[in-house]
Design a protein around this ligand. Sequence first.
Ligand code: PLP
Length: 348
Amino acid sequence: PFFKEFNSKVFPDSAKLLAKLNANENPYGPSPMAVEAFKNATQLGNRYAWRELFDLMDKIAVKEGVKIENVMMGPGSSDLLEKTAMVMFAEGGNVVSADPSYMSLIKVAQATGASWKPVPLKDDWSHDLKGMEAAIDKDTKLVYICNPNNPTGSMTDHAELVDFCSRVSEKVPVFVDEAYMGFLEDGDKKSMVNLVAEGKDVIIARTFSKIHGMAGLRVGYIVAQEATLDKIQDITRGGMGITYPSVYAASASMDDVEFQNKSRKLNAECREFVYSTLEKMGYEYVPSSTSFILFPIEMEGEKFLEKMTAQGVGVRAFDIMDKNWCRVSMGTMEEMKIFSTALQKVLV
Ligand code: PLP
């Protein structure tokens, strides 16, 4: 692997931060409708939320154009990334994914006994699909694609990815993590979820943590072939981890399209503001399709984190291809102004 994270264990005390921009959280959430639904459901907490969970799955199935049998719920998509890895790599094998990318599934695959075959992103930060296809061998159990990708924020060409997923899934299942897809204006069109209805062996992960602003309420799901989900659900139960109120909150949030539109719009405005800050400073950045921006810094990552924290700003720092990079999440415009001022002080 050619990337590592600086100081990832040190999460500055968020109460002390003026701008918490280190975890890709949505500063506007949860939707008021979700909060109301959550509150009203707390009294039902003596029960398991089985029936209500099925209602939510029905609603999700309609939205995604699949059957309820194609949906598996979990307390956040992390849980489902991890459970998929535990089941798929129970007998070892290897996982092919980009480098740098989101490591949750890969780490569990490795801990379960699989090996990781990293394929560097291309110069334009998109997935090297040809390289990934070439990396697949007889021991490959799963291909993991994060689109848009974390920590780069970059997208891979839609038509090329459809072609890749369609062909490659004949040989090996393809897992597409679409955690940030909701921030795109045309996210529904860019999703790979239609391939599930077409019968392809793809697994699409989605979360209520990002565009819905529910990171702390823990709801996510995967959409896949029934046979694939059966394998995972034979031994694990994702829905058991979701609290009764969160089931109601997720359902209410799906109805609050206005909230999602507002989050998308304000997020895009903050991205433009950060781009212009960086341009004025003479810094480059990776154009983002997400709620965070990655840009190279001319300072050692750990030192940069210390200095930004001293300014009351929480961000993340990476070493990618022997260069130092900052990843900043979009907060409110007020927080982005605090970030911008701090950055100009720190990177003088
Ligand atoms: N996938 C990606 C690409 C992410 O960036 C994250 C969280 O930051 C997740 C999955 C997991 O999020 P959650 O477990 O809150 O759904």
